[in-house]
Design a protein around this ligand. Structure first.
Ligand SMILES: Cc1cc2nc3c(=O)[nH]c(=O)nc-3n(C[C@H](O)[C@H](O)[C@H](O)COP(=O)(O)OP(=O)(O)OC[C@H]3O[C@@H](n4cnc5c(N)ncnc54)[C@H](O)[C@@H]3O)c2cc1C
Length: 448
């Protein structure tokens, strides 16, 4: 048996279904759960959420007799310093795919080798590991979603792991202070595995059946809002998928029993699992194309307009197009935005204003609680037509989308209170807005 193993946490802030932690607890006499607050990864808007995740993780480890050791500085240097201090024999970490994470992983591997320590990387970031599937026709990753989905569904899953019963840390270790939050957490999203698991359980028990019908209803709160918890690994995507499949199976059985026409129970869970596959899809793209946040995945010779004024109006939710402004203001106030709104505001910036997708994507990345390289930039390139969309010239008609997905204008009124008293028909057709709604601008571009 190994004596001491360091488990380096980063965006896997949980004790349930944590392969690196489970392996360390099984193989080593002493385990040191470690988080390094690295100034090279500014947490920005996500800071408050992150600190709550860390506090919760620390609490869960303490309940098991353990501790979350926190250090501040360069993550590799701090990990190796602690390894030398404690004479650890191995460092275990979770796999990640961004350029920064891979550089850190490479440096850790080199340092561990230099000190004759083991360095092991474990799955847990996705349902199916990003390097597990290869297209039959060749290539190192899937470029198109549907064939990926087909292979993904068939791929065997690893076992979902229980939280360890006990975590034995060596004596005499300084726990270290949690990082400063930077900004207060958002009211709607409190960080941590405890809250995340509660949300997951409630979602699966009461809401997922309705997902196929409800996920595009912009005013209804009918998506899981689990993305920040997946982003920080408070919830295991594999466990979430397994539980959703169980709900789907139960729903299918119920649908047959009650002879429901649409088979909602099955459809809701299936559609939800399909979204988790989108998440995995972008991780495997990013693994193969780590510059996804800078370079066009499929360059198409776009010439973007330099228009700071338009970009600023878009960021502030002051374009004069209510459905766009509502989405952008939801982002400002909640640190989250409905998926349909992300598609609408993204395509408005890129297609109607002609502004570079990187401007929008960087803004999203700064503000979103769920902002991560693979999903944010992968989706933005999809919207801009430079990514994985098989119909890169697809146009989103903002007016039609508003009428269809916010038919009563409720989403708009909630986020753009200036329009509270304006009839829905006018909200949907911005060129009909009465001039002089106090404080609300005329549309930035000709509409109609
Ligand atoms: C321009 C743009 C930028 C985006 N940026 C991000 C981002 O930074 N981080 C992020 O997690 N998602 C991003 N998405 C995807 C999607 O909008 C969010 O995952 C979703 O809105 C989160 O809300 P939810 O948890 O209620 O989702 P649900 O509808 O409940 O879906 C469940 C989970 O499936 C995954 N998922 C759903 N849709 C997608 C998708 N299109 N791509 C990848 N995964 C998906 C998410 O993990 C989500 O939590 C972006 C989409 C667009 C169009």
């Amino acid at each position: 048996m190994t004596d001491t193993v360091i488990v380096l946490f980063s965006r896997d802030l949980r004790v349930h279904d944590h392969p690196a932690l489970a392996a360390a607890c099984e193989r080593a006499r002493h385990v040191i759960p470690l988080f390094v607050a690295d100034p090279a990864i500014p947490s920005g808007n996500r800071g408050g959420f992150l600190v709550e995740c860390l506090a919760d993780l620390r609490g869960s480890l303490r309940e098991r007799g353990g501790e979350l050791v926190v250090r501040h500085g360069d993550s590799v240097a701090e990990t190796m310093r602690l390894a030398e201090e404690t004479r650890a024999q191995a460092v275990y970490a979770g796999l990640d795919v961004s350029t920064f994470a891979r550089r850190r992983q490479r440096r850790l591997a080199e340092e561990c080798e230099r000190l004759r320590m083991d360095f092991l990387v474990f799955p847990g970031l996705t349902v199916v590991p990003p390097d597990a599937l290869r297209p039959t026709g060749g290539g190192d990753h899937y470029r198109v979603f549907t064939p990926y989905l087909r292979a993904w569904v068939r791929q065997p899953r690893r076992e979902v792991l229980k939280a360890p019963g006990a975590v034995h840390v060596p004596g005499g270790l300084r726990a270290g202070k949690l990082p400063e939050p930077g900004r207060e957490p958002y009211e709607l999203f409190r960080g941590g595995e405890t809250v995340g698991r509660r949300r997951m359980e409630q979602w699966l028990r009461h809401c997922v059946d309705d997902y196929a019908e409800g996920h595009d209803d912009m005013a209804g709160n009918r998506t899981s809002r689990l993305s920040p918890y997946l982003r920080f690994g408070c919830v295991s995507p594999l466990e979430l998928e397994a539980l959703a499949r169980d709900v789907g199976d139960a729903g299918a059985a119920r649908d047959v029993g009650e002879i429901e026409e649409e088979g909602e129970g099955r459809r809701g869970a299936d559609e939800f699992v399909r979204q988790l596959c989108w998440r995995d899809f972008f991780y495997q793209v990013t693994r193969a194309f780590p510059r996804i946040n800078r370079d066009d995945y499929r360059p198409r010779g776009h010439e973007w307009r330099d228009d700071d004024h338009a970009a600023q109006a878009w960021k502030e939710g002051m374009t004069g197009v209510p459905i766009v402004d509502a989405g952008m203001r939801q982002l400002l106030t909640e640190g989250w935005m409905h998926n349909r709104a992300r598609l609408i505001v993204g395509s408005f910036l890129v297609r109607r204003l002609g502004v570079d997708w990187r401007v929008g994507a960087d803004h999203f990345f700064d503000l979103l609680l769920d902002g991560d390289v693979a999903n944010n930039y992968g989706n933005w390139q999809w919207v801009a037509g430079t990514g994985n969309d098989t119909r890169p010239n697809r146009l989103v008609n903002h007016i039609r989308q508003a009428k269809r997905y916010d038919p009563d204008g409720e989403y708009v009124r909630r986020h753009v209170p200036e329009l509270d008293a304006v009839p829905t028909r006018r909200i949907h057709e911005p060129w009909r807005l009465p001039s002089g709604v106090p404080g609300y601008p005329a549309p930035l571009v000709p509409m109609g």
